[in-house]
Design a protein around this ligand. Structure first.
Ligand code: ADP
Ligand code: MG
Length: 325
């Protein structure tokens, strides 16, 4: 490496930009020291991004920096936590200063937007792998959990899942679209917007929540498994973006993407009937489109109903790193 490990860390990652008052000691010592305020719980999540697996080789470094943090922020959103601190473990094949510049710019732009401070990490030489741990704060007892959906709850999804999957299909040349449309979909793949304001606002309203990283059907199934319930999803209600409508004229062609494509980082959540008006109002206030796609029922299965009421029998398993190689 041309730069030493310490020069690299100093040049790209020890910035004085964001300094939170609850950081007693940031980067530079053996540990960071962080203050969790009384009455708050610490929400922690870690994600690994491997080049060639989680992002295509050749992805713009800025997008990698953005996405590495966005996936963690999305986990915090799903719990209703407010982002606070982040640690970064970086494995790099070489010191590519141009790549590091872009990566740090993407990472810090998003960190600053959510008031997060980078408080430590580790840097090694190896294949390009980015591991990010996010830490958020949530008032005691108020975090949303997967296991609390109940029969009769409505199932909602934010945004328009499936778009990132179309973006990936374009990158992998499984789908061809005109340049402007390709650019929109590539943006949806590379720059997901974590639903932090929605997640925080749903505390006390939603019974359960999850972020969609592996596909809507598979992630909803996690809520069902954890809560010991089943669900009916009306396929006609699945939200389709303008871009998706442009790619597929027939709604049924969209369903597999909406249900199984990962990487959108939208939220799927359940709402007790009594809270539905409050949630509908909230989504309008936040300018965050959310769509009711079905309801929680007894049992343990996810049933997908076609517009004519017939069940739609399809494999809608999500992404599994050990099943598909
Ligand atoms: P140690 O030997 O105690 O693991 P390091 O020499 O690996 O410490 O790191 C020195 C300091 O720099 C530590 O405070 C560590 O948290 C921080 N650091 C190392 N790599 C990164 C990184 N990629 N991003 C942020 N902080 C980092
Ligand atoms: Mg170290």
């Amino acid at each position: 490496m041309s730069l030493s490990e310490f020069e690299l860390i100093r040049r790209y990652f020890s910035r004085s930009g964001m300094t939170r008052p609850d950081v007693i000691l940031g980067m530079g010592d053996d540990c960071a020291l962080l203050h969790v305020p009384a009455g708050m719980e610490l929400a922690v999540s870690i994600d690994i991004l491997v080049e060639g697996r989680h992002f295509p080789v050749g992805t713009d470094a800025r997008a990698v920096g953005h996405k590495a943090l966005a996936v963690g922020l999305s986990d915090l959103a799903a719990m209703g936590a407010t982002p606070a601190w982040v640690t970064l473990a970086l494995s790099l094949p070489d010191v590519d200063e141009c790549w590091l510049d872009g990566f740090a710019a993407g990472l810090f732009a998003l960190a600053d937007e959510y008031g997060m401070q980078l408080v430590g990490g580790d840097t090694v030489r190896g294949p390009r792998v980015i591991t990010l741990q996010v830490h958020g704060l949530v008032p005691q007892g108020q975090a949303m959990q997967r296991g609390r959906a109940r029969e009769g709850d409505r199932i909602y999804v934010s945004g328009t899942p499936g778009d990132a999957g179309l973006g990936l299909a374009i990158v992998e040349e499984r789908l061809v679209a005109e340049p402007a449309l390709s650019a929109v979909l590539r943006q949806r793949l590379d720059y997901p917007r974590p639903r932090i304001p929605l997640g925080k606002a749903l505390r006390g309203l939603a019974s359960a929540a999850i972020d969609i990283s592996d596909g809507l059907a598979a992630d909803l199934q996690h809520i069902l498994d954890c809560s010991g319930v089943g669900a009916v999803v009306e396929l006609a209600n699945l939200p389709r973006s303008a871009a998706m409508r442009q790619v597929f004229g027939n709604p049924a062609d969209c369903w597999p993407y909406i249900l199984t494509a990962g990487d959108d980082y939208e939220l799927c959540f359940t709402v007790p009937p009594g809270q539905v008006p409050a949630v509908e109002e909230l989504c309008a206030t936040l300018d965050c489109p959310c769509t009711c796609i079905g309801r929680i029922e007894s049992g343990h299965k996810l049933q997908l109903l076609q517009p004519d009421g017939r069940p739609w029998i399809q494999s809608v398993s999500g992404f599994d790193h050990f099943m598909r190689n």
